[in-house]
Ligand binder design. Structure first.
Ligand code: MTE
Ligand code: MO
Length: 511
């Protein structure tokens, strides 16, 4: 039994050594080609939409960690099996390891925008993994008994020298894995630090930014979301590393003139600065996938006018640095709203998480049909001619953001003290504007909440209602009404295919 465990451990250790080597090599080439991440990304692409939706609801923004973790656990179970096989015959165990690596390499190759170089980390994994397994098997095998490795009965023909050999081999391999893993991490971090990009001031700046309600109403979302708290939703497990010096944005397809811009050329154009709230279509009622920031960029129509859009195009087919695609409905994006090709967020360059160096921001449209990050191409075309990533997964093509309101404080199932307090949160109806927010306590009459400052219709509005909380359990609900007179529907819809609807109810216990 102990012997079996030891061999299972050999398999796991050999695999970890292999993965660390793959990770290190990937950090030098392209962090996304790291075998575990490549397998994870492939799993994301192959997962059916309803299951993906379920995972996002279940695990929230931990979805990526859960996914990577499951892939890891699955891999390690197979690794242990490879170790057990190696106990019988080294070639069998090594064979299973190679099958695992081949699967990872295949996954790396099916990622968009990969080339032969992306197999190199998998090769490193194979060489290091099989090498480590061989080394461990040698150490554990009594000399002169090559065919039947291991000692099932446990009485050591080779005795302590073998045990010491195993310990030394395992120890140095483990140390090597840790060193390679740490080096890979450091290199990735160094390569992903954003060099000092200095952005010019906007020619058409946003007004002064007012103080929000967060000073007054504890627990309410900050009026402007700090970059580090800004939600992140995308299909990537690792962040694309885009070199700003080599970066270009192409405008092509159905245009009079195909154009290409470097980052500096974009930054040299007249820039607008706008406060805009971004929302993800996957945001459930009361959910966290919404954030508000000040964006700096080139007005979309300035770029489209320079290129001269033909009359067939009905979409801007945006492509990111890895070939990921997002369809933006042309008519809506170019209808005069403050759509922009953004290069700055909250006073600095875009963070890598949010699309450095260039992304699209279109107020009023969910992110999946507008907010292409790491954008390299805007192709004017038709929905008949080209379908984008989420369209292929049956999400809607026309998806304006549904007006919504959220209670930030008190939190659902929070226990609070009786007495005077506040109910507070945010409401958004981008491009339409919030006219009022109402709160209902225990199904009584709707009471109008007070609104915080406003920086325009494309931005969320903080709200609060003073509330004298009586002991007992209470249900709080919220609804918003837009400036064009629409009140949020009670009818519940799930995020798929064009956004959630319904009112948020929470329960609080007052004592
Ligand atoms: N290249 C790329 N851009 C993307 C995505 C993506 O997966 N890849 N996700 C989109 C989605 S679904 C949303 S909601 C927004 C989120 O932007 P954020 O991560 O900056 O909040 O980015 C959009 N842009
Ligand atoms: Mo999204």
């Amino acid at each position: 039994m102990r012997n079996r465990l030891m061999w299972a451990g050999f398999g796991v250790l050999a695999t970890v050594v292999g993965m660390a080597a793959g990770h290190l090599v990937a950090s030098l080439l392209d962090p996304a080609s790291s075998p575990v991440l490549a397998v994870g990304s492939t799993v994301i692409d192959l997962t059916p939409t309803p299951l993906k939706e379920w995972a996002i609801r279940q695990f929230g923004s931990n979805d990526k960690a859960v996914l990577t973790g499951s892939v890891l656990v699955g891999t390690l179970v197979l690794a242990a099996a490879a170790g057990l096989l190696a106990r019988r015959r080294l070639a069998l165990g090594a064979g299973l390891l190679l099958v695992l690596v081949a699967a990872a390499a295949a996954a790396a190759l099916t990622q968009p925008a990969t080339g032969p170089v992306d197999v190199v980390p998998a090769l490193a994994t194979a060489v290091a993994g099989v090498g480590a397994l061989t080394c461990l098997a040698r150490a554990a095998t009594p000399r002169g008994d090559g065919a039947e490795v291991g000692d099932p009965a446990g009485h050591g023909a080779a005795g302590s020298p073998t045990r010491r050999g195993v310990l030394v081999a395992a120890g140095s391999l483990a140390a090597g894995a840790v060193a390679m893993g740490a080096a890979g991490r450091l290199i990735t971090r160094a390569r992903t630090a954003i060099s000092d990009v200095v952005l010019p001031a906007a020619q058409d700046p946003a007004g002064p930014f007012p103080a929000g309600l967060e000073e007054k109403v504890a627990g309410i979302s900050a009026f402007r979301t700090p970059v580090d708290d800004f939600y992140r939703v995308d299909t990537r497990l690792t962040l694309p590393v885009v070199d700003v010096d080599g970066y270009t944005l192409a405008i092509d397809g159905d245009v009079d003139r195909e154009l290409t811009f470097t980052f500096d050329e974009l930054a040299a154009m007249p820039l607008i600065e706008r406060d805009i709230t971004l929302t993800c279509v996957s945001n459930d009622v009361g959910g966290p996938y919404v954030g508000s920031a000040r964006w700096l960029g080139v007005r979309l129509t300035d770029l489209l006018d320079q290129a001269g859009v033909g009359d067939r195009a009905d979409q801007i087919y945006c492509t990111d640095v890895d070939g990921m695609t997002i369809s933006v409905p042309l008519e809506l994006a170019a209808d005069g709203r403050d759509a922009m090709v953004a290069i700055g967020m909250n006073g600095g360059p875009l963070p890598r998480e949010h699309g450095f160096p260039v992304r699209m921001v279109v107020p009023g449209l969910y992110g999946f049909i507008s907010a292409c990050k790491w954008m390299t191409h805007m192709t004017l075309t038709t929905y008949d001619e080209a379908t984008a990533y989420w369209t292929d997964r049956d999400w809607a093509v026309d998806a304006p953001i549904k007006p919504a309101s959220r209670i930030d404080t008190p939190r659902s199932f929070q226990e609070i003290d009786a007495g005077d307090t506040f109910v507070g949160g945010v409401a958004w109806a981008q491009h339409r504007g919030i006219a009022k927010v109402e709160v209902r306590v225990d199904g009584d009459a709707w009471q109008e909440a007070r609104l915080g400052p406003s920086v325009g219709d494309d931005y969320w509005q903080q709200w609060y209602l003073p509330w004298r909380a009586e002991p007992g359990e209470h249900t709080l609900s919220v609804r918003a009404t837009t400036q064009d007179g629409y009140t949020q529907t009670e009818a519940r819809a799930l995020p798929f295919p064009d956004g959630a609807s319904g009112l948020q109810d929470i329960i609080v216990r007052v004592s």
